[in-house]
Design a protein around this ligand. Sequence first.
Ligand SMILES: Cc1cc2nc3c(=O)[nH]c(=O)nc-3n(C[C@H](O)[C@H](O)[C@H](O)COP(=O)(O)OP(=O)(O)OC[C@H]3O[C@@H](n4cnc5c(N)ncnc54)[C@H](O)[C@@H]3O)c2cc1C
Length: 398
Amino acid sequence: MKSEYDVLVIGGGPGGAVAAWNAAKAGLSVCIIEKRPAIGAPIRCAEGIGKDLLKEFIEPDPRWISADIRWARLIAPDGTTVDLDEGRAGAEVGYVLDRKVFDRELVWKASEAGADVFVKTRAVAPIMEEGRVCGAMVEFCGKRREIRAKVTIAADGVESKFARWCGIDTTLPLREMMSCAQYLVTGIDIDSSCNDFYLGGEVAPQGYLWVFGKGERSANIGIGIPASKAKPGLRAKDYLDRFMNEHYPDGRIIECVFGGDPVSRPLPCTVADGLMIVGDAARVVDPLTGGGIGNAMITGKMAAETAVKAIAAGDTSKAALMSYDLGWRDAKMGRILERNYRVKEYFITLSDEKMNTLARSIAGFDFSEISVKAILKEIITRNPKFLLELKNLRDVIV
Ligand SMILES: Cc1cc2nc3c(=O)[nH]c(=O)nc-3n(C[C@H](O)[C@H](O)[C@H](O)COP(=O)(O)OP(=O)(O)OC[C@H]3O[C@@H](n4cnc5c(N)ncnc54)[C@H](O)[C@@H]3O)c2cc1C
């Protein structure tokens, strides 16, 4: 481990790995540190990702794809289903990844491009000089040492502390943190090319429960509800256990996952002098779906590109790095995050009865596109009176 790099990346998830990979590819000296002893484990993810988004970063490889998803079903509280079918829409749905292998592949790519990788190495404090971030103090093999860097990228995920240590307000209200529980279940009869999303107050109040195919007779079955709703007997795990007893009583649980997923707006600013924040640490998770793998990779790549330019220009001040923050907000990802935040805030107010009405109104419709926007457009077309309630969304949907 050297004591000085162009770029120090904190966190070996998809955001950090893609940042390190792209910065190293561009010829910068890069160090990526991960506090856990192994990249990709334990996973805290249902592992779903859109095909098009994934392909922007890496060619799909059967080694880390658990299931090819060709259709999805939304299941309303009364059992009404809305099918989104790749065959009929002519648009692709997604994959369920094997993130234990996928995350390693991304870090491997970073390493092959020249980045130094250190696992079981934890950032414990930023190195601050005259208000600017100049790297991090890290714990490595039981010893503390300094790693200095022209640019530090905080990719330390949902439990991110680094940005807060640098003086950035990262507080998140409990209602905007989804409390998640998930089982990897095997020995069940499912269509592993389908992802199911169960909605409703009985199943997953203000959240949803998912069944994502993981290959033959296996699935990630999980749930997210706002942490503010979790009470004794009404925790995410309680809802999940009730669902399992009802739907898959003979399923064998071979892995349990518990974790948080932020569904807030992104941090108000994701840069400081010498620092950029990416992925879950920047709170760029899709607030409607809870999906964050793709956005972590998008922000990781954009942060690396900004670092390359700033270092070449010899200016890594907040003003110079601001193009990263403005860049992702102006990009498609930033616009979708804002739209889906507003949609999520509307949907969590819906009663089960209203959800049933909306689902019934679009059940059986052949969507020509599989997207949140297409579903919302169809809901509005078939329920003109809801347009009034959707007033906060009209500008982003129509
Ligand atoms: C139950 C659940 C299901 C989900 N399902 C999906 C899904 O189906 N699809 C989807 O797209 N997203 C899903 N997500 C969200 C997704 O997992 C995250 O958005 C994604 O992992 C974010 O990537 P990241 O690189 O920002 O952070 P992470 O993948 O969390 O990586 C951050 C890394 O930083 C490390 N770290 C933290 N602090 C330090 C430190 N001080 N020093 C060194 N290393 C540190 C951590 O150990 C971790 O490895 C789910 C989340 C949960 C909780």
